[in-house]
Design a protein around this ligand. Structure first.
Ligand code: FAD
Length: 495
């Protein structure tokens, strides 16, 4: 007999609620704790998981396996080719191992909730206790309500409630200790589980050798790395976060999104550590203080998950605001290709897209700029951009990505009206003042030493741009803005 923890997006030993509960149950019944992870290539396809993210998941699993084996806990990893066979394989493994209890942390996307509901029923039939635990959000979805008792879809009032809830229930931020060491006999009882190797990435998700070298240096894996990044950020940069966070050329943000998405770090951990380092131990919505501003950004991650739970139809390619379903979008693949390749002729947009291609990451301000450009200036269906981000970013996370795209395309939870359209040139001048971010990512323009870099064709640098092969702006922003306003207005007006 044994107790089992099923790993998903929570590949860590520390501060993991379901893993901790599994360990407690195992200790109570004097049973060993076994862990497993099932790789589903069809899930990777269905979820558009980027190859860089698949590679990161596999590297995290390797580190996790090493960490767990120090506690004499095996991590068994297996590839299940067919997605729909995953639940039956899970039950088969648990039956072979004689599991009395299975624990896992909840995921809130519709497919995952359905799968877990099926598993709960099937396990019951086999006499196995199947436990799905709330862990990924700092505040459990459903805990925060409006004055009238309904769900909240506007961030600011939601965030005030989020802070108040955590101030009232500070124990929600307490850490869960890592699992206890298994009985010494576990090693002999389950040699195959200890010996199993982490499989290679499925064929369609493999990186080239050159990409592997680049990404492994940029994105070291594992929870110890994640914690070290967090500590360094809190020690060196969080104090000034509110001042510099919008500048893509600096290094002001935490770069922790890949770890939060993979679950090598819990959102609870980062909020607790930031709060403990803050001048005040009470959480507030003070945007003029680095620690509270940063915690407020981490709260956006919770916010979008809560939105997903309350309005699950957003998982089905539908906009949060149903009245925005009838906007007539463009599907021009040539224009879309210029956007994905960073050849739009708008330097800030192109720098951001090239950063994403080269690193698997993009700064938040730039994500907003390129998303607005695609949806408003090009009027291309925002879902094509949402999909491209998932397919290319290391931190691709359905709720945050869908929320960010909905927000930027004005079809999501943002209470701002659709006529707030980013001007890429003004954004560029404001947030990349000296043009260093553009200079770094667009070598064609690196020779331009002044502010002409934001708009080379409009500011006397056409020759340099042309000679180096940098394109002219693919649209006139003023005209594109008017077209977008008309199209949004017509779309909303229609039945
Ligand atoms: P920091 O500024 O250090 O913030 C700390 C953490 O808070 C982040 O790691 C992240 O987990 C969370 N966070 C910060 N801002 C947001 C936000 N606006 N929404 C949700 N969570 C936030 N974030 C993802 O993790 N995955 C995505 O797939 C994703 N797609 C996005 C798409 C668009 C169009 C937009 C506008 C934003 C998207 N974001 C996404 C949010 C944000 O851009 C990234 O979380 C952030 O850039 C990551 O950098 P960081 O870790 O240095 O962030």
């Amino acid at each position: 007999k044994c107790v089992v923890h099923w790993y998903k997006c929570d590949t860590r030993t520390m501060d993991n609620r379901a893993l901790h509960l599994a360990s407690e149950t195992a200790a109570k019944h004097q049973l060993p704790l076994l862990c497993f992870y099932l790789i589903s290539p069809q899930d990777f396809e269905a979820h558009l998981t980027a190859p860089i993210r698949v590679d990161f998941i596999l590297r995290n699993l390797q580190k996790l396996k090493e960490d767990l084996s120090e506690l004499d806990i095996p991590l068994y990893v297996e590839t299940v080719e067919r997605r729909r066979e995953l639940p039956s394989r899970l039950i088969e493994l648990c039956t072979i191992w004689g599991a009395s209890h299975v624990y896992c942390n909840a995921e809130y996307e519709v497919d995952e909730l359905r799968r877990e509901a099926t598993l709960t029923r099937s396990c019951l039939g086999k006499g196995i206790s199947f436990n799905v635990i709330h862990d990924t959000c700092v505040v459990q979805p459903g805990c925060l309500k409006s004055g009238a008792g309904g769900a909240l879809s506007v961030y600011s009032p939601w965030h005030r409630k989020w802070c108040a809830y955590l101030n009232e229930h500070p124990e929600q931020l307490d850490a869960f200790p890592p699992p206890k060491k298994n009985p010494p006999a576990t090693l002999q009882a389950y040699p195959d589980l200890f010996a199993c190797k982490i499989p290679d990435a499925p064929k369609s998700k493999q990186l080239r050798e050159e990409e592997k070298t680049r990404f492994h240096t940029m994105w070291p894996a594992g929870e110890h790395e994640a914690r070290a990044r967090l500590s360094k950020f809190i020690l060196e940069r969080i104090l000034k976060y509110h001042e510099h966070r919008n500048l893509p050329g600096g290094n002001a943000t935490s770069n922790l999104s890949a770890h939060l998405a993979a679950g090598t770090l819990a959102a609870r951990t980062v909020v607790r550590e930031a709060r403990d380092a803050a001048p005040s131990k009470r959480l507030t919505d003070d945007r003029k203080q680095g620690h509270s501003m940063w915690i407020g950004e981490v709260a956006w991650r919770d916010f979008y998950r809560h939105v997903l739970c309350h309005w699950p139809y957003i998982c089905m390619n539908k906009p949060f605001k149903p009245e925005y379903s009838n906007i007539e979008w463009e599907y021009d693949l040539d224009q879309f290709g210029r956007w994905t390749d960073g050849n739009t002729g708008f330097p800030i947009v192109d720098a951001a897209m090239r950063q994403a291609r080269h690193t698997g990451y993009m700064h938040n301000r730039c994500r907003m700029i390129v998303a607005s450009f695609l949806a408003k200036d090009l009027l291309i269906d925002w879902r094509m951009g949402e999909k491209w981000f998932m397919e290319h970013l290391i931190d691709g996370d359905f709720a945050s990505n869908n929320g960010g795209w909905g927000f930027s395309a004005s079809v999501g939870v943002d209470p701002q009206p659709y006529f707030r359209i980013f001007n890429p040139l003004l954004q560029s001048e404001k947030f990349d003042l000296e043009g260093n971010y553009i200079r770094k990512w667009i070598p064609e323009l690196a020779g331009i030493k002044d502010k002409g870099i934001h708009d080379p064709y409009g500011r006397g640098y056409a020759k340099i741009a042309e000679v180096n092969g940098y394109p002219r702006p693919m649209v006139d922003h003023k005209k594109a803005r008017e077209r977008a306003l008309a199209r949004y207005k017509a779309g909303i007006g229609r039945d």
